[in-house]
Design a protein around this ligand. Structure first.
Ligand code: PLP
Length: 422
C-alpha cells in the first residue's frame, strides 16, 4: 500500500492491517452517522438558499453581510436552535465560551460546573486561578461539583449546590485533556432535565468542543440553552481558518453578541473579510471529516489495546467526541508516539517535537501537529503532558488515509526504538 515510502516494515504493516480488518463494522456505523449528519448540513444549506452571493467579502463595519447571516441561519437549523452567532471574531473555543459566560452573567450571579473542573484554559476566565479580568473579579462566583468515582453525575451534590444565585451551568461534553469518559448527548440531556426541574430559568450551556457531528443529535436537541464551540475543531471541517460559534436561545445568544461587539450593536456588525466561503465549505465537509477522525481514533485505540496499553475509549465503545486517550506508561513512549505523528504530517514533517514548559500547564507538554491551520486539532495531532500516567491525547485527521498512515508511522517509530514488540 505504498507504506514503504515511509519506512514501514512488513511486520508493522501486517500487524496494523490485521487490526484494521477487525474494525470494518465499527467503521460502517461511523459512516451511518456521517450520512445522517451530511444530510442535515446539505438540507440546511438548501433551505437557506445558499448562493455564491454569500461568498462575497465585507469590510469595515460589515453591515448587511448576507453571507454571515446565512451562515448563522444554517448553523441554527443544524443545531435546531433559535439563533446562532458564528464569527471569525470569536477567536477560539475559549474565547467563544468566554463571550457566552460574560454576556450572560452579572455581578452577584453564580456559575456552576456540575461535571468537575472545566478545560484548563477556562480556569483563568472563571477565576479558578487568579487572573486579571476573570469573572471572579467582576463579582461572579463559581462552584464545582465533582463527578462520582464511576464518572457519573453526583445528582445529590448538584442539587445541594444550586442556590437562588445560580444563574448558569456549564457542562463540558468532551473529556478534553482529562482522563474521564466523554458524556453522550443523552447523558447531558438527563443532567439538563434534572437541573431544569430544580429551576427552569438556570441557563444551561454546553461546551461542545470536539463533539460536533460525532452523534446524530447535538446538546441543543436535549435542552441546552447555549452550545458553544470552535471552528478549528470538528465543525470547521478543516477549512475554516479561524472562528467560533454560539448557538441556542435568542435571548442568550443576543446577550453574547452584545458582549462580543458592543451593547447596542450586537449581531449587526462584524466584517467577514472573505471568510464566509471557507467557513461554509468546511461545514459542508465536516460530517465526513469527523468520520475520518473517528476512524483514526478507533484504529489507534485498537492497536494500543492489542499492545496491552490502557485506552479510553476502547475500540468497541460508542464514541461521543473525536479524542482518543492512551496511557503510555512512560515518557519515552509518549515522545516516540508524538515524533511518529509529526513524521506523518503533511506540514512540518521534518521537525521533531520536544516537551516544553507551555504556559498554563503544570508539567512539560509535548505536542505533535503538522497542520495547514495553526493549532487546528481537527487535523491529525497528539499532545501529552509529561506526567504519570503519561496519557497521550490523540485526535483529528482530515482524511482517512492520513489518520491511518499517521498512526502506522507512530507505531513504526515506537517499534524502531524498541519500545513495543509484536
Ligand atoms: C479545545 C477545547 C476548548 C477551548 O478551545 P480553544 O479553541 O483551544 O481555545 C474548550 N473546551 C474543550 C473541551 C476543548 O476541547
Amino acid at each position: 500500500m505504498n507504506l514503504e515510502l515511509f519506512g514501514i516494515d512488513k511486520q508493522t504493516q501486517k500487524f496494523c492491517e490485521e487490526i484494521e480488518n477487525t474494525l470494518q463494522e465499527t467503521f460502517a456505523d461511523i459512516d451511518k452517522t456521517m450520512h445522517y449528519n451530511g444530510a442535515k448540513v446539505l438540507y440546511a444549506m438548501q433551505k437557506n438558499r445558499l448562493s455564491d452571493i454569500h461568498f462575497a467579502a465585507t469590510t469595515g463595519y460589515g453591515y448587511n453581510d448576507l453571507g454571515r447571516e446565512v451562515i448563522e441561519a444554517i448553523y441554527a437549523d443544524i443545531f435546531h436552535a433559535e439563533t446562532a452567532l458564528v464569527r471569525p471574531q470569536l477567536m477560539s473555543g475559549t474565547h467563544a465560551l468566554t463571550v457566552a459566560l460574560f454576556g450572560n452573567l452579572r455581578p452577584g450571579d453564580e456559575l456552576l460546573s456540575p461535571v468537575g473542573k472545566p478545560y484548563d484554559t477556562l480556569h483563568g476566565v472563571i477565576g479558578i486561578t487568579k487572573t486579571n479580568g476573570s469573572l471572579k473579579e467582576f463579582g461572579v462566583t463559581y462552584k464545582q461539583v465533582e463527578l462520582l468515582e464511576d464518572f457519573s453525575f453526583d445528582y445529590e451534590a448538584i442539587k445541594q449546590a444550586i442556590t437562588p444565585k445560580t444563574k448558569m451551568v456549564t457542562i463540558q461534553r468532551s473529556k478534553g485533556y482529562s482522563y474521564r469518559p466523554t458524556f453522550s448527548v443523552e447523558q447531558i440531556g438527563e443532567l439538563i432535565s434534572f437541573i431544569k426541574d430544580i429551576r427552569s430559568d438556570i441557563i444551561c450551556m454546553v461546551d461542545n468542543c470536539y463533539g460536533e457531528f460525532v452523534s446524530t443529535i447535538e446538546p441543543s436537541d436535549v435542552g441546552a440553552d447555549l452550545v458553544v464551540g470552535s471552528l478549528i475543531k470538528n465543525i470547521g471541517g478543516g477549512l475554516a481558518p479561524t472562528g467560533g460559534y454560539i448557538v441556542g436561545k435568542e435571548e442568550y445568544v443576543e446577550n453574547s453578541a452584545m458582549r462580543l461587539t458592543a451593547p447596542g450593536l450586537g449581531k449587526e456588525v462584524g466584517a467577514t473579510l472573505g471568510l464566509n466561503q471557507p467557513v461554509l465549505q468546511g461545514l459542508f465537509l465536516a460530517p465526513e471529516v469527523v468520520a475520518n477522525a473517528l476512524k483514526g481514533a478507533i484504529f489507534a485505540s485498537a492497536i494500543f489495546e492489542k499492545l496491552g496499553f490502557d485506552v479510553m475509549p476502547t475500540s468497541k465503545e460508542k464514541r461521543h467526541d473525536i479524542i482518543q486517550a492512551i496511557n503510555m506508561n512512560n515518557p519515552e513512549n509518549i515522545i516516540a508516539f508524538c515524533e511518529g505523528i509529526q513524521k506523518g504530517a503533511p506540514v512540518d514533517s521534518f521537525v521533531v517535537p520536544e516537551p516544553w514548559a507551555m504556559p498554563g500547564y503544570d508539567s512539560d507538554v509535548i505536542m505533535a501537529a503538522g497542520a495547514f491551520i495553526q493549532g487546528a486539532s481537527i487535523e491529525l495531532s497528539a499532545d501529552a503532558p509529561i506526567k504519570p500516567p503519561y496519557t497521550v491525547f490523540f485526535q483529528g485527521g482530515l482524511t482517512h488515509y492520513h489518520a491511518r498512515i499517521g498512526m502506522i508511522i507512530a507505531v513504526q517509530t515506537m517499534k524502531d526504538k524498541g519500545l513495543i514488540k509484536f
